[in-house]
Ligand binder design. Structure first.
Ligand SMILES: *[C@@H]1O[C@H](CO)[C@@H](O)[C@H](O)[C@H]1NC(C)=O
Ligand SMILES: *[C@@H]1O[C@H](CO)[C@@H](O)[C@H](O)[C@H]1NC(C)=O
Ligand SMILES: *[C@@H]1O[C@H](CO)[C@@H](O)[C@H](O)[C@H]1NC(C)=O
Ligand SMILES: *[C@@H]1O[C@H](CO)[C@@H](O)[C@H](O)[C@H]1NC(C)=O
Ligand SMILES: *[C@@H]1O[C@H](CO)[C@@H](O)[C@H](O)[C@H]1NC(C)=O
Ligand SMILES: *[C@@H]1O[C@H](CO)[C@@H](O)[C@H](O)[C@H]1NC(C)=O
Ligand SMILES: *[C@@H]1O[C@H](CO)[C@@H](O)[C@H](O)[C@H]1NC(C)=O
Ligand SMILES: *[C@@H]1O[C@H](CO)[C@@H](O)[C@H](O)[C@H]1NC(C)=O
Ligand SMILES: *[C@@H]1O[C@H](CO)[C@@H](O)[C@H](O)[C@H]1NC(C)=O
Ligand SMILES: *[C@@H]1O[C@H](CO)[C@@H](O)[C@H](O)[C@H]1NC(C)=O
Ligand SMILES: *[C@@H]1O[C@H](CO)[C@@H](O)[C@H](O)[C@H]1NC(C)=O
Ligand SMILES: *[C@@H]1O[C@H](CO)[C@@H](O)[C@H](O)[C@H]1NC(C)=O
Length: 755
């Protein structure tokens, strides 16, 4: 056998040598590099949209080794070793022919819009070392035969829509070289497989944000090289095996948002000396916080919120000089009354402390004097819902980095000190439910002169608050129903956690009983000088004139709104559905930056007005069809409203415009105009501007010899996605996270053309 194969090899070498001298047809070799070309063409063939024109270079005039994103081997001429097309906004799927690129060492198709299945043919690629398909919309199961011949080191398929179990057949990969296995943010089910404990090369393992159940296996404790272990946001339960806390290489350990029980071992800081991030929030952990935490000297982030920890906070956490986040909220932690919170005094040593959450615990006593000496980097501080009394000292103005300060639900007295006015970055101040002196003065006793708007939620007044005369908008909710206060507090609790530059800032909330004995509920928002988007799009009275509301401003507004909604959908826990997105709910500040308002209220009003139908609260035209049949407010519904908003921005027509009747609606109006007649439906004021800009762009581009992309193309894309988002069936709509990416690509393209 050996001899034969040697002979075979020898003869191959020989024929290769001969080749240099003779012009024999070289069937074997030429067919292989020809195969690579065919495979690449098959990949291109599956891309249905390529807005950046990335694949324009994939043409006959260039050897395929020169195609964008393709790298070939130096030794094996014409064989593709690397396919790298990440972050190009490509829409399409992956063909099985990819499995013919047999010299591939790496595939990186991350951050596109690839859908369909991960082709099983990838398992043929025995030279493949890394496969990054993260952040796409891939569906189906992770096929076990991915591991057939493969020697993968990195498998990253996080942020997709993969379903099914983690296949046991992947063990083959685990037995070889796999060091990074990232399966987070999919829809995987089943349990954590035992074989993972035998994948001894693993350094990074993330199973976060899936639907895994069962317990965390002690087997994982055998992964001695593991430095990142993330299993957060699943349905895992039970006690975390001690062996996990013995993985001395761990740098990041995230167990958050599961149903885990038990105590954190006392010696954790000694057994995990390299730990930098430890998240275990939203579980059922009990017991005291381990004093040894201070021995894990690299710790930067400690997230212990929403558990059942009790007892005292260790007084030596100040030894953690790298500490940035200490989140202990929603537990049963206490202090020794009269000790002036000595653990806080220690934390004044942590010069990088950025967020400190002590809210919703059992801390009591006089305002802790050392708070004013915490790091000037401190951005978020919460002591809400404890039993802290006394006055807030002037020194609070020392914390110049503060953006959010939550003091509500304590026994604080006196006035909020003027020095708060020095806190230029402060966006959110929560101070309700204390015994402060706070609101009717601000709005001149809610006089009609101060009334600036009325809507389904209630009336909005303009007001002036505090010594510094900060302008605010006070929304007084229209609640006839008694006993609504409980859900009000709960809803506002949700809003408290919301920090985003494109959402209206909730400054404070006021809940009490007014002089007539009626429930009085108001929300104080920052005041927006440029009114709302509806006025800008439709009012003839806007002083600055529609001309200034040009295409790029509109595009920015659209993207800002998309960011805000994406934030509500994916970065709030629980996710928040807006439920009533429309131009009049989008406010513009002095720099014309959009801020979405009224988020989180729909749910509250619906639950408080049990008898009313959804229709009376939401706004006709912007409401997804499924709401009409009694559907619950949903993310897909927000995407619909957003799609309509987009079309309104382009056409300048409200969905309730008189021309929309007899079955014609804004969605169909735009759809019919795609793609030949898009210019016919564009808002005339926009068209005027676009024509002139288009010419200018032409000049600039000619100078730079850039590819010419007409504004028309951009408008078509814009209209197309507006139509796509406002599809009748919620299943056909995109998700907000994809919306944001796509819109940013369009903007970059537009700006890229200009510069
Ligand atoms: C083919 O690709 C090259 C390189 O990007 C480009 O210069 C050329 O215009 C392309 N040809 C066609 C027909 O698109
Ligand atoms: C295929 O490989 C052969 C041998 O290395 C080489 O001569 C030929 O140019 C290659 N063809 C392509 C299309 O790369
Ligand atoms: C490439 O892959 C496809 C599908 O996996 C297969 O049908 C085809 O025969 C392969 N070979 C060539 C030369 O394209
Ligand atoms: C995809 O994976 C490769 C290899 O691990 C990595 O270099 C690249 O940064 C990753 N890209 C993204 C967007 O995650
Ligand atoms: C895996 O994908 C995620 C999402 O794109 C990315 O943040 C991460 O850096 C990637 N990691 C590797 C090793 O590819
Ligand atoms: C890969 O696995 C799937 C499901 O287990 C199976 O249907 C398919 O036939 C397998 N493909 C190959 C090439 O073995
Ligand atoms: C663990 O890491 C060390 C040092 O990087 C390395 O020598 C060793 O081979 C790794 N062990 C495994 C099982 O991969
Ligand atoms: C933790 O590791 C130590 C030695 O490093 C070992 O003696 C002990 O048994 C381990 N504990 C568990 C629960 O694995
Ligand atoms: C752990 O920290 C404490 C102080 O908090 C210190 O006294 C002790 O020596 C440290 N232990 C080790 C092993 O570093
Ligand atoms: C939390 O701990 C307290 C005792 O400290 C106990 O009474 C209570 O039942 C626990 N709650 C939960 C949800 O475990
Ligand atoms: C701050 O650190 C210094 C030295 O690292 C230490 O002596 C002092 O006790 C610490 N202060 C507090 C309040 O812990
Ligand atoms: C805060 O720091 C100042 C000096 O920076 C000091 O005089 C004061 O005593 C400190 N207060 C507390 C409570 O530590």
């Amino acid at each position: 056998m050996k001899k034969t194969s040697f002979l075979l090899q020898f003869s191959t070498v020989l024929s290769l040598l001969l080749l240099s001298f003779q012009s024999y047809p070289v069937t074997a070799l030429s067919s292989t590099n020809e195969t690579d070309k065919l495979a690449l063409l098959a990949i291109k063939g599956r891309i249905t949209q390529d807005i950046h024109g990335i694949m324009n270079s994939w043409n006959e005039s260039l050897h395929f080794c020169g195609w964008m994103g393709v790298t070939c081997s130096r030794r094996h001429k014409g064989r593709v070793t690397l396919l790298s097309l990440e972050k190009h906004g490509l829409i399409g799927s992956i063909p099985p022919q990819i499995g013919n690129l047999s010299f591939l060492r790496g595939i990186n198709l991350a951050q596109n819009f690839l859908h369909g299945q991960i082709p099983q043919e990838l398992g043929r690629l025995s030279r493949l070392r890394f496969l990054n398909l993260s952040n796409n919309v891939l569906q189906g199961e992770i096929l076990g035969n991915l591991s057939f011949f493969s020697n993968l080191e990195v498998l990253n398929v996080s942020y997709n829509m993969l379903v099914g179990k983690i296949p046991n057949s992947l063990e083959t990969l685990g037995m070889k070289r796999l060091n990074t296995l990232l399966l987070g943010s999919n829809k995987l089910t089943g349990t954590i497989p035992k074989w993972l404990g035998r994948a001894s090369s693993l350094v990074q393992l993330s199973l976060t944000s899936n639907r895994l159940h069962g317990s965390i296996l002690g087997e994982l404790g055998k992964l001695l090289n593991l430095s990142i272990l993330r299993v957060s946001a699943n349905n895992l339960f039970g006690v975390v095996p001690l062996a996990i806390y013995n993985l001395s290489s761990l740098i990041i350990l995230s167990l958050a948002v599961n149903q885990l029980h038990g105590q954190i071992p006392n010696d954790i800081g000694l057994t995990l000396p390299n730990l930098q991030v430890f998240f275990c929030r939203t579980n059922y952990f009990i017991g005291w916080l381990p004093v040894s935490l201070s021995n894990a000297s690299q710790l930067k982030k400690i997230g212990f919120e929403s558990n059942n920890f009790s007892g005292l906070v260790p007084p030596n956490l100040g030894r953690l000089s790298a500490l940035e986040v200490l989140a202990l909220g929603e537990n049963q932690l206490e202090n020794i009354e009269g000790d002036d919170f000595n653990f806080l005094a220690s934390l004044t040593n942590c010069s990088k402390l950025f967020a400190l959450d002590l809210g919703v615990n059992r801390f009591k006593g006089h305002w802790p004097t050392s708070i004013v000496n915490l790091s000037s980097k401190l951005k978020y501080l919460s002591i809400e819902d404890n039993q802290i009394s006394g006055r807030v000292p002037d020194g609070i103005g020392n914390l110049i980095g503060l953006a959010g300060l939550a003091l509500q639900q304590n026994f604080l007295t006196g006035e909020i000190p003027n020095s708060i006015g020095r806190l230029e970055k402060l966006n959110e101040l929560w101070s309700s439910d204390n015994q402060f002196s706070e609101l009717s003065q601000a709005t001149n006793n809610f006089s009609s002169a101060n009334l600036i708007g009325e809507g389904s939620f209630g009336s909005v007044y303009k007001g002036i608050m505090g010594e510094h005369g900060m302008l605010v908008a006070v929304k007084v909710l229209n609640l006839k129903q008694k006993g609504a206060s409980k859900s009000f507090v709960a809803e506002c609790e949700a809003m408290r956690n919301i920090h985003h530059q494109n959402l209206i800032k909730v400054l404070t909330v006021c809940s009490s009983i007014d002089f007539k004995g009626v429930d009085f509920k108001a929300i104080v928002y920052e005041f927006m000088q440029n009114g709302n988007l509806d006025e800008w799009l439709h009012s003839t009275e806007v002083q600055v004139g529609v001309r200034n509301f040009n295409f790029i401003k509109r595009l920015n507004v659209v993207i800002e709104v998309a960011h805000a909604i994406e934030y509500l959908h994916y970065h709030c826990q629980p996710a928040i559905v807006h439920g009533d997105l429309k131009p009049s709910n989008i406010l513009l500040d002095h720099e014309m930056v959009a801020h979405v308002g009224d988020f989180g209220l729909t749910r509250f009003l619906i639950s408080s007005k049990k008898t009313s139908s959804l229709g009376t609260i939401r706004t006709i035209g912007y409401v997804a069809p499924e709401y009409g049949t009694g559907g619950k407010a949903s993310m897909a519904g927000d995407v619909f409203s957003f799609g309509i908003l987009l079309l309104e921005m382009i056409t300048g027509k409200r969905p309730t415009d008189a021309i929309f009747k007899d079955g014609l609606n804004l969605h169909q109006f735009a759809k019919l105009a795609l793609s030949e007649r898009v210019m016919d439906i564009v808002d005339p004021s926009l068209l005027q501007e676009l024509r002139s800009t288009d010419e200018n762009i032409g000049d600039a581009r000619r100078n730079k010899r850039e590819r010419r992309v007409s504004i028309k193309e951009i408008l078509i894309t814009f209209a197309r996605i507006g139509v796509l988002y406002s599809m009748d069936s919620s299943n056909d709509r995109m998700e907000m996270k994809d919306v944001v990416v796509e819109l940013c690509i369009i903007r970059d393209k537009f700006l890229g053309n200009r510069s």
